[in-house]
Design a protein around this ligand. Structure first.
Ligand code: 5GP
Length: 202
């Protein structure tokens, strides 16, 4: 039977708070890309904490929506991307968004890693598209200046079904066993949720 772990808003806030100094020091993002819906709250909290950690700048948060389709048995590694579908993506008004920036992708949980794999590889394709609107002789330097990083609140310690480019900095608030995490934004009764998390509700 799958074990469930109830986490409170405060638990999540504190995991983000604990991770932020290292993210600010070693990656220093200048754009947050939240994967919806679970990455929205963590990205918003991270913005506040990064602002405190850095030179008071308020980062822009862009949102992308991804949904994981259960694979049909026998799916090959090459088809992994096809199991994730986009429900929302960066808009056309963001044609010069990623290039030259240090883009931190934020999600709540890294389970099989398929969603993060898809997000990173599609955003890298977007960088190549954006680069076409720059003079050719500037593209190599701009490509080099464009960075991606990943932050998840929870990373499940389990064999992953997809990989993220090893050059991409990866931060997790906590590494957990292969349990089912119950997030507060999915609760209809937050007091009951917090009680199950073993803490008195505020
Ligand atoms: P992936 O398998 O691609 O790493 O994760 C896909 C998505 O499944 C996550 O973004 C998240 O929305 C959902 N998911 C995976 N594991 C959990 C979990 O333990 N709890 C909840 N609430 N959602 C999960």
């Amino acid at each position: 039977m799958v074990q469930h772990l109830w986490v409170t808003y405060n638990d999540i806030h504190n995991l983000i708070r604990k991770s932020t100094p290292e993210i600010a020091r070693s990656f220093n993002p200048d754009l947050l890309i939240a994967i919806g819906g679970g990455g929205f709250f963590p990205a918003r909290v991270m913005r506040t904490l990064l602002r405190e950690e850095t030179t008071n700048k308020t980062l822009q948060i862009q949102a992308i929506g991804l949904s994981l389709y259960e694979p049909v048995t026998g799916t090959s590694v090459e088809k992994l991307g096809e199991e994730v579908i986009r429900t929302q993506w960066l808009g056309p008004e963001t044609q010069k968004l990623l290039v030259g920036r240090r883009n931190l992708i934020v999600d709540e949980v890294d389970d099989t890693r398929k969603t993060l794999h898809y997000a990173v590889s599609e955003l890298q394709k977007d960088v190549e598209k954006e680069l076409l609107s720059y003079p050719e002789d500037q593209r190599a330097a701009l490509r080099e200046a464009t960075k991606f990083g990943v932050f998840v609140v929870h990373n499940k310690k389990k064999p992953k079904l997809a990989e993220i480019d090893s050059s991409i900095p990866y931060f997790s608030g906590a590494d957990v066993d292969d349990v089912w995490l119950e997030y507060p934004w999915e609760a209809t009764n937050i007091e009951e949720h917090d009680e199950r998390a073993g803490r008195p509700a505020n």
